[in-house]
Design a protein around this ligand. Structure first.
Ligand code: ATP
Ligand code: MG
Length: 153
């Protein structure tokens, strides 16, 4: 894993500061939990780190690379950041394994490696053995844990 550094990161939606001048460092290998009341900006912060949102002010650095700033934005698919979405975004016609493996397929990872990474990812979130099911055949909590495996390398 790489260190993640946020320097005075601000994200505005119209007049709301969803994230207001947040600075923090998550060290290599560190596990960090964000706790706070509903609407305080937790999801927005994670979306900024993953690259689904652009910062209005400040800077996000992953490893030695600036991925977000006022005038630069590295696309989400080029950041190698894994996400488990709060509101799940699964393709209903694909199996769980198909959903997990899709970004790896797009990235050109070969089938054997893909299978291994899918199994590891499912194992990590407590879904081993459920790869052949469709999302409709999982519980709500299981569906929410289906990962997008950017970091499982
Ligand atoms: N696309 C958007 N447009 C306008 N306002 C938004 C948008 N997304 C989030 N917000 C607002 O930004 C603030 C932070 O939202 P965010 O989703 O980051 O909260 P959260 O801490 O994850 O909350 P919860 O615990 O309820 O999931 C909230 O006031 C929310 O209404
Ligand atoms: Mg949230």
């Amino acid at each position: 894993m790489a260190e993640i550094r946020l320097e005075k990161v601000t994200r505005r939606y119209e007049r709301i500061n969803a994230v207001a001048s947040v600075s923090m460092t998550v060290r290599d290998g560190e596990l960090l939990s964000l706790l706070g009341p509903s609407g305080c900006g937790k999801t927005t912060l994670l979306r900024l780190i993953a690259g689904f949102e652009q910062v209005n002010e400040g800077r996000i650095v992953i490893g030695s690379r600036t991925v977000s700033s006022r005038d630069s934005h590295v696309e989400a698919e080029k950041r190698n950041v894994g996400v488990v979405f709060q509101t799940y975004a699964l393709w209903p016609h694909m199996t769980v394994a198909g959903n997990v493996g899709y970004p790896l397929k797009v990235a050109g990872v070969d089938k054997t490696q893909r299978r291994k990474r899918i199994d590891e990812a499912l194992d990590t979130v407590g879904l081993s053995g459920m790869g052949k099911r469709r999302p409709a055949d999982l519980s709500g909590g299981q569906r929410q844990r289906v990962p997008w495996p950017g970091v499982w390398s």
